[in-house]
Write a protein that binds this ligand. Structure first.
Ligand SMILES: Nc1ncnc2c1ncn2[C@@H]1O[C@H](COP(=O)(O)OP(=O)(O)O)[C@@H](O)[C@H]1O
Ligand SMILES: CC(=O)N[C@@H](CCC(=O)OP(=O)(O)O)C(=O)O
Length: 315
């Protein structure tokens, strides 16, 4: 037997109840909704953290959210390229991919990264289903530019498999490989794939988990980290020349998703423990939110303004 006083003396956190309660308004906004989560290779480097991200996604599912995970694995691909002495070259955030390199990219994304995520997620109940974008023709593409080799430009998303998995309460884990209109397969940037998928399935939100705190207007000046920006501001930034490699496809994807009716796009730091939960279920939120607001503001704005922004976003 144990007395209640002893339990308290061991430090039952009084704040826990308040924290759980704080989640209620946010949960009401997202429960039953489909959220596309793009998990980038940069934020997956620590396997322990990656396992925690998978656990958080399962928790969101248990709470009634329908997550659809789209993943990259650029760093793992770079390592494989180094092993086979293949040159790593990017043009506007897209990897130049020869025919031989394509086999390696597919092997790493579908055979290695995808299955690691499935394994980590399914340690918490068998909800995760790993698929390649080629399965059931989820991602269909054609050659983007002959100079990039087998890099795909997405022409279509076939949604039935994703929708069936979600309806059956599974969590799709999708590797960014596309089936070619002309046969074969294509390497598709995972940010781009996530934006197209979010648009095609009519997701409520899209969240990019990366390895920086969000989008910086003048990277890496810490004072230029953007808390909120409108669709118009994001479009202007994509058209401008300030964005560097990794953020070009991410912000362009935010724009595509918002243009297609997704209510908000977030770029957050996936290396912060429980970043997804903090963004989705707390008053403070995290990172950069695109959409729903008229003008860009920086992170040192008062928390009240972020709170108001969230309310507007969720209308
Ligand atoms: N304006 C910017 N704001 C934030 N990060 C930027 C910016 N420009 C370039 N970056 C770089 O983008 C990287 C994230 O993109 P990337 O490496 O492709 O990540 P992921 O694997 O998550 O897709 C950051 O680590 C950072 O170095
Ligand atoms: C065409 C293209 O660039 N494809 C990407 C696919 C993986 C990816 O996008 O990974 P991250 O999300 O980690 O960046 C690549 O080969 O790196």
């Amino acid at each position: 037997m144990k007395y209640a006083n002893e339990a308290r003396a061991e430090g039952v956190p009084v704040r826990t109840g308040e924290i759980l309660y704080e989640a209620m308004p946010w949960l009401k906004q997202v429960t039953g909704k489909t959220i596309v989560i793009k998990y980038g290779g940069s934020a997956m480097e620590n396997p322990q953290l990656a396992a925690e991200v998978m656990a958080d996604i399962v928790l969101l599912k248990i709470l009634g959210v329908n997550p659809v995970l789209v993943h990259g694995g650029g760093k793992a691909i770079n390592r494989a390229f180094a092993k086979f002495d293949l040159p790593v070259e990017f043009v506007d955030g897209q990897r130049v991919t020869t025919d031989d390199a394509m086999d390696l990219v597919r092997m790493v994304l579908t055979g290695e990264v995808n299955q690691q995520l499935v394994e980590a997620m399914n340690a918490h109940g068998n909800m995760g289903v790993g698929v390649s974008g080629t399965d059931a023709g989820i991602i269909v593409a054609e050659q983007a530019d002959p100079r990039l080799g087998r890099v795909g430009k997405i022409t279509r998303i076939n949604t039935p498999l994703i929708e069936d998995l979600v309806a059956d309460d599974y969590i799709p884990i999708i590797a960014s490989i596309a089936i070619g209109e002309d046969g074969g397969c294509y390497n598709v940037n995972a940010d781009v794939a996530a934006g197209y998928i979010a648009a095609a399935i009519g997701a409520h939100k899209i969240i990019f988990l990366t390895d920086v705190d969000g989008l910086y207007e003048n990277y890496p000046d810490p004072d230029s980290l953007i808390a909120e920006m409108s669709l118009g501001e994001a479009e202007a930034m994509v058209r401008g020349d300030k964005l560097a490699s990794g953020m070009i496809p991410k912000l362009a994807s935010c724009v595509r998703a918002l243009d297609s009716g997704v209510s908000a796009a977030h770029i957050i730091n996936g290396t912060v423990p429980h970043a997804l939960l903090l963004e989705m279920l707390t008053d403070s939120g995290m990172g950069t939110m695109v959409g729903g607001l008229a003008s860009a503001q920086f992170l040192n704005v008062s928390p009240v303004s972020k709170f108001a922004a969230k309310l507007i976003e969720n209308r």
